[in-house]
Design a protein around this ligand. Structure first.
Ligand code: HEM
Length: 146
C-alpha cells in the first residue's frame, strides 16, 4: 500500500502543479486582458481545488505510513529531526507548506465567488493561487522527485 500511495502522490503532484500554473496564468491573462469571467474561468480554479484536495488526502495518509516520517519513532529526538535538513523537509516543512498552500487555494476559491466584478474575481484567484504556487514550489522534495 505504501509504494502504491507513494507513486500516486508523486504522479498527482504533476497534476497539481500543472493545474495551479494554468489557473494562475489564466487569471493573469483574464485580468490584464480585461475579459469577462466565464465558465472556463470558474472550472479551471475549481478543478485545481479538487486535485489539490485529493493530494492533501493522499499526503496525510502517506505521512502516517512513510518510513521518512520520524515523529512516531521512539528512537528519534525532535532536535535530531530539526538538525537534519532532509528529515526536517519531510517531517515538517513539506507537509506544513503544502497544507498552507492548499488552505490558500481553498480560501481564494471561496472568496472569488463572492466578488461581483470579473476583474475582482481574476485578481483574487491570481493572488491566492499565486502565493500558493510559490509556497508549494519552495518545499517540494525536488531531489527525490526527479
Ligand atoms: C500540493 C500538495 C502536495 C504536493 C504537490 C506534494 C508533492 C510531493 C512530491 C513531489 C513528493 C516526492 C515524491 C517522490 O519521492 O517521488 C512528496 C513526498 C511526500 N509528501 Fe507530499 N505533496 C503535497 C502534499 C503533501 C501533504 C499535505 C503531506 C502530508 C500532510 C505530504 C507528505 C509527503 C510525504 C510524507 C512525502 C514522502 C513520501 C515518501 O517517499 O515516503 N505531502 N510530496
Amino acid at each position: 500500500m505504501y509504494t502504491g500511495l507513494q507513486h500516486l502522490h508523486s504522479f498527482w503532484a504533476y497534476l497539481v502543479l500543472i493545474m495551479l500554473i494554468i489557473a494562475v496564468v489564466n487569471a493573469l491573462l483574464g485580468l490584464v486582458g480585461k475579459r469577462t469571467f466565464g465558465d472556463r474561468d470558474l472550472r479551471i480554479p475549481l478543478f485545481t481545488l479538487i486535485v489539490s484536495h485529493i493530494q492533501l488526502l493522499v499526503g496525510i495518509i502517506i505521512f502516517f505510513i512513510s518510513p521518512l516520517i520520524q515523529w512516531f519513532s521512539k528512537n528519534e529526538e525532535v532536535s535530531s529531526i530539526m538538525k537534519n535538513a532532509d528529515l526536517r523537509l519531510y517531517n515538517l516543512e513539506h507537509p506544513l507548506m503544502m497544507i498552507i498552500g492548499i488552505i490558500l487555494i481553498t480560501i481564494g476559491f471561496s472568496k472569488h465567488k463572492k466578488k461581483d466584478s470579473s476583474s475582482a474575481k481574476f485578481k483574487t484567484i491570481l493572488i491566492f493561487y499565486g502565493i500558493a504556487l510559490i509556497l508549494i514550489l519552495s518545499r517540494i522534495p525536488w531531489d527525490a522527485w526527479f
